[in-house]
Design a protein around this ligand. Sequence first.
Ligand code: PMM
Length: 250
Amino acid sequence: MKIMGILNVTPDSFADGGRHNSCEDAVKHARAMIAEGVDVIDVGGESTRPGAERVSEAEEIARVIPVITELAKDGVPISIDTMRASTALAAVNAGAQIINDVSGGLADPEMLAMAADLNVRYIAMHWRGASKDMNSKAIYGDVVQEVISELQARITAAIDAGIEPENLVLDPGIGFAKDAEHNWAIINGIEEFVSLGYPVLVGASRKRFLGGDSPDEREAASIALTKQLSTSGIWGVRVHSVKPHKEAIA
Ligand code: PMM
């Protein structure tokens, strides 16, 4: 099972704020993850936390491209966590090999065609709308079946746009338009997602449904979840810390 290490390059992710320093800090943090054996570094310049506002395209690109350019020299696989085709293009040109689109192609009408053109791996996550008001969309009857059927629509759209099926990765979108009970139902039903026949990525690390008052207090539960998921047949987990998750899998 692959470990995707999260590298959020947002002003609030690193202590000092300024862009140059946050690039340097981000690269340093990524190199520490590489030393611990990370499989993919997921670079993102836009927060998708519940309630988050969008950042501009120019700002997103200014945050992530210097970091990707530097990390590409290390030869580690890099994914770009973006909902914008333009950012995905700039990132792939700078050395990223995977597009991680939390909107599964719904946020930017150019995204699926761009991913097809670039012929890189494309992670399609289940999404029902922008972070600003996604919590109001957490309404399901059978959450597993509804998320699967909404993902199937994204698979069809991706393939219609020219994305090669072997380039597709699916993600149920833990915490995106989902309450705690929905997230747990998906975790417990993850094998139904695996049985769709595509690699499955799960991003549950330090998310609110794990309890605790702060992200740090959710670390033990995150690691326990990786251990549980390691026998489910999923392709990878998207996590904040590398070593403990590697140990859990081992
Ligand atoms: N979660 C976040 C951001 N990007 N990408 C994928 N593929 N799956 C996720 O679950 C996911 C993501 C938000 O989490 P963070 O704020 O901890 O980065």
